[in-house]
Ligand binder design. Structure first.
Ligand code: 4AD
Ligand code: MG
Length: 449
């Protein structure tokens, strides 16, 4: 029999009904006559209070239950007299499914640091913090699918093993059986850094698609915003230009943040209290405010005029750094900013070249606290322009012949973007380190679990 989840019992369980509850004991307290177990099953932040009295045949066993034990409880739901909770369970049977070795269980006390919990990432999902983060992550992922499915986008699965380096940044993990880089596929292959190029093949046939899957980057950047393995959401849409792409990104971000506000009230309140005092008002503010659109040239001018002592002085032609992104979104404009029209020299080969000869139809969505959360562009749909850019950048036209075919045969304007899913989870949970929003983070030097 499937037991109802504790979230359901707490919200809607009828006093007087008999129930079975399964979960892990967070705490046990009480006297020689009656014990109170706080049982959590991961379905919600709250634990369910179980009252276990001395008339239980195994009451001596109950008194030996420690934090972390797994239990199955049979009993009667009763209106709770205690503080906070609507219902509790009066146990008629308590079965210990698994003991937890008493003091050896690492999650005894509250208040472990996030750094310590990262070292026990196999157990940290059992804490309030990580339960909350992973429930919010789930709702955010579901909201991604709902947003696109409601608008007729097809979820497309692009390859993880690939021979193409979409972003051209040379940060790929090579895949080999050990018999040599070419042995299995007859050519060197890597883990994908982005599903975009294959996404374009599908969008120029199916109209509107999105990918939602893992991507890999061998960036040696040990920052609170980079992972070697992260999830990306990449919509790609035929007959869309840059302005439409920015509109899509903005309505998408608003929709998924609203879904979290609607569905994760208790977890957000907990995360706000623990980690980010302005979390909920900030999310509400983002949902309500229009994102500001700013050309790259205007953004550089603002940064130059700011009088700030940046580590990297802003300069037309150079990339906008995290410190610049944060100044724009947190200090100056105080809401999300979409910067568009970047210099072509600092962007990937596939972006549409502007008439000015210096910029491309690229856009980045910058968020307070996070910096770049989305990167996207209108793609170069003109065969001759795309070819000459590929040649200029010293790339192989041959290796990209399949990609160029979309421009040879029935080319259309099209655009898309990539959302760094963990950066979005960081934003909605208020967690300051990206390693704390993915269950088992991969970063330079770390691939445990
Ligand atoms: O800006 P990026 O490199 O864009 C692309 O890969 C395009 N092909 C997307 C597209 O147009 N379809 O990456 C997209 C986003 C970034 O804005 C950032 O949020 C996230 O992916 N990202 C990372 N997140 C975590 N760890 C990393 N190492 C990341 N690198 C990029
Ligand atoms: Mg980018």
């Amino acid at each position: 029999m499937t037991a109802p989840r504790i979230a359901t019992l707490l919200a809607a369980g009828q006093p007087g009904s008999s129930v079975i509850v399964r979960g892990w004991v967070r705490t046990r307290r009480g006297s020689k006559r009656v014990n109170f177990l706080a049982v959590n099953d991961g379905s919600c932040l709250e634990s369910l209070q179980v009252v276990a009295a001395e008339n239980l045949p195994n009451f001596d066993e109950v008194q030996r239950i420690t934090t972390g034990c797994s239990v199955e409880i049979q009993g009667l739901l009763a209106a709770s007299e205690g503080q906070g909770q609507r219902v509790e369970v009066q146990a008629s049977r308590v079965t210990v499914l698994g003991w937890a070795e008493g003091d050896a269980y690492p999650l005894q006390k509250k208040g472990h640091t996030l750094e310590f919990l990262r070292q026990i990432a196999h157990l940290r999902p059992r804490t309030n913090t990580f339960g909350a983060v992973f429930r919010v992550r789930n709702v955010l992922g579901d909201a991604v699918h709902r947003f696109f499915q409601d608008r007729g986008f097809l979820w497309a699965h692009t390859p993880i093993i690939t021979a193409s380096d979409c972003e051209g940044a040379g940060q790929m993990f090579h895949v080999t059986t050990g018999a040599g880089p070419d042995a299995f596929f007859g050519r060197p292959v890597s883990l994908t850094v982005s599903g975009q190029l294959e996404g374009e093949l599908l969008a120029t046939a199916l109209g509107a698609i999105y990918t939602f899957g893992p991507t890999f980057r061998a960036e040696n950047s040990n920052t609170p915003r980079h992972l070697a393995e992260f999830w990306m959401v990449e919509p790609e849409v035929a007959f869309l230009d840059l302005a439409g792409d920015m509109d899509l990104a903005e309505s998408f971000l608003r929709a998924i943040i609203s879904a979290v506000l609607d569905r994760c009230g208790a977890d957000l309140a907990f995360l706000q209290e623990r980690f980010e005092p302005t979390l909920i008002p900030t999310l509400e503010h983002i949902v309500a405010s229009e994102f500001v659109r700013l050309s790259y040239t205007e953004a550089i001018a603002l940064l130059e005029a700011s009088g700030e002592a940046f580590e990297f002085p802003p300069r037309w032609g150079a990339d906008i750094q995290t410190e610049h992104e944060r100044w724009l979104t947190e200090r100056h404009i105080r809401r999300p900013v979409i910067v568009h029209g970047y210099p072509r020299e600092i962007k990937a080969f596939y972006m549409r070249q502007s008439d000015d000869g210096r910029t491309v139809a690229a856009m980045d969505v910058l968020f307070p606290r996070i910096g770049e959360i989305i990167g996207g562009s209108q793609r170069e749909e003109r065969l001759d322009r795309l070819r000459s850019r590929i040649r200029e950048m010293g790339m192989s036209e041959d290796a990209l012949s399949w990609y160029l075919d979309t421009r040879r045969f029935g080319t259309v304007p099209h655009a898309g973007f990539g959302l760094g899913f963990e950066r979005a989870v960081q934003f909605v949970t208020g967690m300051s380190n990206i390693r704390d929003v993915i269950p088992f983070p991969r970063t330079p030097g770390n691939a445990d679990f």
